[in-house]
Design a protein around this ligand. Structure first.
Ligand code: ACO
Length: 329
């Protein structure tokens, strides 16, 4: 049976760069077509940051909106957890830069590196700290400027990604609403199927390594696709079983927005009609850790998250990492 929720969402916010890159724009950059991209991924456009933009600015904007939505001041925040692999710099943690921009003087702030799973990892880490360390108000954020590590000559990857940030404010549960179940998984055996080889200790940013494009994303798309479907299905099944529920009990599924075909394949395994599955990959592309909190904010602000609704969240990303959660609204 489902445990009593300890934490719940008090507010949400999102921010995306103004500039939109359409599939037609990409047709002018690499040998691709709108038809191919839509048929293979469901993506029609993505928001892209100007080169040199600070992720912390995008994240701060999303966080400010979430604080306003929650009616919570920055000074009341005890914890800031940011899921990202495209922070402003190698260090300090971008969460610390966001803390300063928000004026959240009382918060402990750190980043989580779990790629597309960063937000759900952050949610569970925040739940743990809030229940054991007495933190009462937390900001959990997913934010990425993935286009800063895209190789615009590689059509296999450059059509997939977009930039954005989504944030939630968490507080103690009222006993009914909030995080019912969650699970986190990882398997480093597949780290070589999706990675960014450059800029770290193995391939420091020398002129030679940059010229070899080692600072950009490498991916075996077909293999990632296969693992994503299997792992997301397994994680969602696990949290449903732990709660004594099935896919039919879900009012809504919010899957990580990487590829419409991955989303449809997962939904099919739970016999979920697509009307109950949230999709915005067509408008944003894959925004990695930002995709689920952006979706939560879109749904909440458009009034689609009704009180009492049971929502499943599920994700998969580099590492490999994957995760699922059940939320009662
Ligand atoms: N435009 C036109 N043709 C293309 C493009 C493109 N942008 N990209 C690849 N192709 C070509 C390939 O070269 C290949 O041509 P060939 O048959 O002559 O060799 C053909 O299209 C088919 O390529 P595949 O890689 O087999 O295409 P597939 O159906 O697997 O789709 C895709 C590729 C979209 C990358 C898919 O594998 C995928 O989405 N994988 C998941 C990857 C992902 O989402 N990663 C993000 C991070 S992890 C996560 O968030 C889940």
């Amino acid at each position: 049976m489902s445990k009593k929720p300890q934490i719940m969402l008090l507010g949400t916010g999102r921010a995306v760069p103004e500039k939109i890159l359409t599939n037609a724009d990409l047709e002018r950059i690499v040998e691709t077509s709108d038809d191919w991209i839509v048929a293979r991924t469901g993506i029609k456009q993505r928001h892209v940051a100007e080169p040199g933009s600070a992720l912390s600015d995008l994240v701060t904007e999303a966080a400010r909106k979430a604080l306003q939505d929650a009616g919570v001041s920055a000074g009341e925040i005890d914890l800031i957890v940011l899921g990202t692999v495209t922070g402003d710099m190698k260090f300090p943690a971008t969460a610390c830069l966001v803390q300063e921009k928000l004026g959240a003087k009382n918060a402990v702030a750190f980043d989580i590196s779990a790629a597309c799973s960063g937000f759900l990892y952050g949610l569970q880490v925040a739940e743990g700290l809030m229940t054991t360390s007495g933190y009462r108000r937390a900001l959990v954020i997913g934010g990425e400027i993935l286009t800063s590590m895209v190789n615009w000559q590689d059509r296999d990857t450059c059509v997939l990604f977009g930039d954005g940030a989504g944030a939630v404010v968490l507080g103690p549960s009222d006993g009914e609403r909030g995080l019912l179940q969650s699970c986190l998984r990882s398997d480093g055996a597949h780290s070589g199927l999706l990675y960014n080889p450059g800029g770290g200790s193995v391939n420091p940013p020398t002129a030679e390594n940059v010229a070899a494009q080692l600072h950009t994303i490498r991916m075996e798309g077909k293999e990632v696709f296969r693992h994503a479907v299997t792992s997301m299905t397994g994680a969602l099944k696990q949290v449903l079983e732990q709660a004594g529920l099935t896919g039919e009990d879900l009012d809504l599924l919010i899957p990580h927005q990487a590829n419409l075909r991955i989303i449809e394949a997962v939904a099919k395994r739970f016999k979920m009609p697509m009307e109950k599955v949230f999709v915005n990959v067509d408008r944003y592309g894959n925004t990695s850790a930002a995709s689920i909190p952006i979706a939560l904010d879109e749904l909440r602000r458009s009034g689609q998250l009704k009180e009492g609704a049971l929502v499943g969240l599920v994700t998969f990303g580099a590492g490999f990492t994957w995760a699922a959660a059940l939320l009662r609204f």
